[in-house]
Design a binder for this molecule. Structure first.
Ligand code: HEM
Length: 426
């Protein structure tokens, strides 16, 4: 296998540094420029080796659509027998018998393993189950909105991130999975510890505690089955008798809760900020709540929380957007660039909640694309639709309590997340 050794100077020859403060502060300008100057650009991976970054809509879709050339599992690269993800987790101090629970998520697999896992989980995580959550999403939203005034600080402002954007999706996904109400604060804390990447120790402890907790939940549900998603995952069985192993079950629950909460919270946070700073668009939505599904899609495109997808590994020497990629090199697809690509979207920097797409294939890539397309997209969209509609209905005089340029974003590449969103309820 050839490696990135041919690009030893990569760290100094970066076309873009993903951790550059200017990129983190204004990713849209940075990736718009990059897409036009170096659509498949050099960057540095966490270990300093070369990482390719693709920003055009077509290239992003190619990477996400071709698991044979661009694999999610580094072990799919011929001749590679080191699993960097597992090494990272061991480096974090995660006990070895926990690594499998965390490293082998559905997002880390390629066909045929992916096909099998996705088929099994799709039997439990069904459209029907998602649609069935709607009344609960409405109720949880209404309760959180009613409680907002109680959270106003001395200056009369409320932080929407802390008191609405986060609690809504964590409550919904925990309820859907079947996490006991009294354990939900634990899940919020674990998830925060994992996402904030502040302390290796906290991340390791969170993973260990989550795995233990889910194993306990599964044992309890095996003894006393219920009708939640966790029960459906335990019970799911293919016609040929195939089912999720104990480890796969734990990994799937962990993945759903983490993937289902942080992302959706930031769709709600980013989307609310975008609507409040675009009063013409907000007025349209208020005037016609039927626009909510389209508005959510447009907010996903314009300020979606996931700016980069999981790294793919070139399984052979190949070309992408005219750039040679050597076997074994990592490639990252960047929805943040693709979603503002003028080759695909008219006037891409304009927020327009009435945009439509003739086919799903022409949509933004904020939920990914291809076989790893977000499993929870329908749930996230539903939560977004309810959240935006009800928030602006309930508080018609809602305003931002900070200037747009005072809003602070966490300095984390790949994730668009506000630190706070201070609002006046009016
Ligand atoms: C995959 C984004 C909500 C579960 C993905 C991917 C993206 C994404 C971009 C593909 C990553 C890649 O190909 O590398 C989002 C966003 C969300 C959201 C922006 C909210 C606004 C959810 C929810 C759930 C969920 C609510 C579950 C309850 C998953 C899972 C995968 C996935 C399991 C992996 C699918 C596979 O590998 O086949 N998501 N997601 N996501 N998402 Fe989401």
């Amino acid at each position: 296998m050839s490696t990135s050794s041919g690009h030893d100077s990569a760290a100094t020859a970066d076309d873009i540094r993903l951790t550059d403060p200017a990129v983190l502060a204004d990713p849209f300008t940075a990736f718009n420029r990059l897409r036009e100057t170096a659509p498949v650009a050099r960057s540095s991976n966490v270990d300093g080796t070369l990482l390719w970054v693709a920003t055009r809509h077509d290239d992003v879709r190619t990477v996400l659509d071709d698991p044979r050339r661009f694999a999610n599992d580094p072990l799919s690269v011929p001749g590679n027998d080191t699993d960097k993800r597992a090494e990272l987790l061991v480096g974090l101090g995660l006990p070895e018998d926990y690594v499998g629970y965390v490293a082998d998520t559905v997002l880390d697999t390629d066909p045929p393993d992916h096909t099998r896992l996705r088929k099994l989980v799709s039997r439990a995580f069904t459209v029907r189950r998602v649609n069935g959550m709607r009344p609960r999403v409405e109720r949880i939203t209404a309760d959180l909105l009613d409680a907002l005034p109680d959270h106003a600080g001395d200056d009369g402002t409320v932080d929407l991130i802390e008191h609405f954007a986060y609690p809504l999706p964590i409550t919904v996904i925990c309820e859907m999975v079947g996490v006991d109400e009294r354990d939900r604060p634990l899940w919020r804390r674990w998830s925060d510890d994992l996402v904030q990447l502040e302390s290796a120790e906290r991340m390791r402890d969170a993973l260990v505690e989550m795995v233990d907790h889910i194993r306990g939940m599964i044992a309890q549900r095996r003894a006393e089955p219920g009708s939640d998603l966790i029960d459906a995952l335990i019970a799911v069985r293919e016609e040929d008798g195939d089912r999720l192993t104990e480890q796969e079950l734990v990994t799937m629950v962990l993945t759903l809760v983490i993937a289902g909460h942080e992302t959706t919270a930031n769709l709600i946070g980013n989307g609310t900020a975008a609507l409040l700073t675009h009063p013409d668009q907000l007025a349209r939505l208020r005037g016609d709540p039927e626009l909510a599904p389209r508005a959510v899609h447009e907010l996903m495109r314009w300020c979606g929380p996931v700016q980069s997808t999981r790294i793919r590994w070139a399984t052979e020497d190949t070309d992408l957007g005219g750039q040679h990629i050597a076997q074994g090199e990592p490639v990252m697809a960047m929805p943040v660039g693709a979603n503002r690509d003028p080759r695909r979207f008219d006037d891409p920097d304009r927020l327009d909640i009435t945009r439509t797409y003739p086919t799903r294939g022409e949509q933004h890539t904020g939920f990914g694309h291809g076989m790893h397309y977000c499993l929870g997209a329908a749930l996230a969209r539903q939560e977004g639709e309810v959240a935006f509609t009800r928030l602006f209905e309930r508080y018609p005089d809602l305003t931002l309590a900070a200037a747009e340029d005072e809003l602070e974003w966490i300095p984390r590449p790949g994730l668009r997340r506000l630190v706070r969103l201070p609002l006046r309820l009016g």
